[in-house]
Design a protein around this ligand. Structure first.
Ligand SMILES: [Zn+2]
Length: 168
């Protein structure tokens, strides 16, 4: 059984609902930036950066960094052959791609968490192929576990937590 191990750095999005005051380089002053609700992923070597794109009133953009994912493990070569991490890499965990690589279990280690992250919501955002409802069902069935324990979907993850996801 192939296992892939991922390290996640979680950063909270803006505290203000959808907008934030900050200096705009182009305007030359502090202005209000509004979340466009567009998300972008950039891969750089083995890190994947996730941004949300904000715009000031004049339309200048600012990319707020939301999360950094580092991907490495003793099994990393399996993933890298089939799913290149850089360039056109899939940014999220794509269940069917992982299955196609023979990966049956994904382990995620939270190496930084800035804020509270509900496990079901977090996984729904980062996993492609399963809805939040399906994720909640898998949590309840013990197929998604936190620190080797069966948990409830609303549990929050924190630093050094280990999420394991069986994807068979
Ligand atoms: Zn501006």
């Amino acid at each position: 059984m192939h296992t892939i191990e991922l390290f996640w750095t979680l950063q909270a999005s803006a505290n203000t609902a959808g907008s934030i005051e900050r200096h705009c380089k182009n305007c030359g002053k502090t202005v209000r930036f509004t979340d466009t609700n567009i998300r972008r992923h950039n891969a750089n070597g083995k890190n994947v950066y996730r941004f949300s794109i904000y715009k000031c009133e004049k339309g200048h953009t600012w990319n707020k960094k939301l999360a950094i994912y580092k991907s490495f493990s003793e099994h990393a070569e399996i993933l890298e052959e089939a799913l290149p991490i850089d360039g056109d890499a899939p940014e999220q965990i794509n269940i069917s791609d992982y299955l196609a690589c023979g990966i049956k279990e994904v382990k995620i280690i939270i190496d930084h968490a800035d804020g509270r992250f509900r496990i079901d919501k977090l996984l729904a955002e980062q996993l492609v192929g399963w809805s939040r409802t399906q994720i909640a069902q898998r949590i309840k069935a013990g197929l998604i576990r936190l620190n080797d324990q069966q948990i409830k979907p609303g549990v929050a993850v924190s630093v050094n937590d280990r999420i394991s996801i069986l994807i068979e």
